[in-house]
Ligand binder design. Sequence first.
Ligand SMILES: *Cc1c(COP(=O)(O)O)cnc(C)c1O
Length: 395
Amino acid sequence: MSYEFDDETGFETLAIRAGHERTNEGEHAEAIFPTSSYVFASAAEAAARFSGAEPGNIYSRFTNPTVRTFEKRLAALEGAERCLATSSGMAAITATFLGILKSGDHIISSSSIFGVTNVLMENFLKKLNIEVTYVDLVDNASWENAIQENTRILFLETPSNPLGDIADIRALADLAHDNDALLVVDNALCTPALQQPIKFGADIVIHSATKFIDGQGRCVGGAVLGTEAIVGTDVFAFLRTAGPTMSPFNAWVFLKGLETLKLRMDAHGVNALKIAKWLQQQPNVVKVHYCGLESHMQYRLAQKQQSGFGGIVSFEMKDKEAAWKVIDATKMLSITGNLGDTRTTITHPATTTHGRLTPELQVAAGIKEGLIRLSIGLEDIEDIKADLSLGFESV
Ligand SMILES: *Cc1c(COP(=O)(O)O)cnc(C)c1O
């Protein structure tokens, strides 16, 4: 007997059960298929598979049952027709750009994006004669003014990292569609547990599964989601050829991550809001950035688009020296560039994650010298506060 999912099936149910087709062994948990290729019953079957006349496994660069289970499950959660798993979040972004764009095209990007995405655009897309214009994430008029005849993609992250600025997904999707362009949203910080951009008109959703989807800091991976016509065709054509695909073992770890995603995202959000409010009361903190604070500029919009505010909180000390003192005085928090872990991490963006940005882009992205980013984990909240207090006492 197989259970059919429909539009009414709840998110938590899909996160646990979608995409799994049991083998003849009757395994309860999903199997891992560590195989590079597959055997065919006959030469004719091999030919039919390779030509695409018949569906089925061919070679694990582009067909693997464990990876497919992950893809189907994440597609169900994002409400997408098709999902392609990739070897990293950056591979997902690269495959999207190279699968869709050609020399002479133009993209508009928020200036508040993951630092490496920025390097990809500056050092590699521009080399292929793809033009990039950076705009202010929250200023819809600046997006509109940047539209050109050859604009093909509008690219953004919301909430932005590390400041938590919020883009109006619906408005920017409409702008993209009025101009024959696509809206691409990197949804790594919210995950589908908190935000489903396709519901608001986004064409493509990108993930770094390395972050909250794994959630426990183990594997690197990513995904591209969207329609069969674009993601299933153009982006897939690039991926199967270029090869930055996900390994079956990593897909299995991410499947386990998806099963607890909603619980974890809600718990990260509860801890993060408490820490953000607590930080506002600390004497040496100049400013706290968290989209779940009512004082946040786009609090309303965040409430409209998201079912929670996520785990990233950042705050400003007066300068770099004070920020480094706070970071160095903590004992439990992990000093690392990663985020989306059960363990709370602490980062100085200006000299690490955003250190490769040009000074102008650093300013545009609001990355001040005194800024500290926290990815709030799932430890006891009192222990997180106590550790940060060591930092504040040192200043
Ligand atoms: C980490 C991250 C990426 C890149 O993902 P990798 O898995 O490290 O390649 C892209 N976008 C965002 C928002 C990220 O946080």
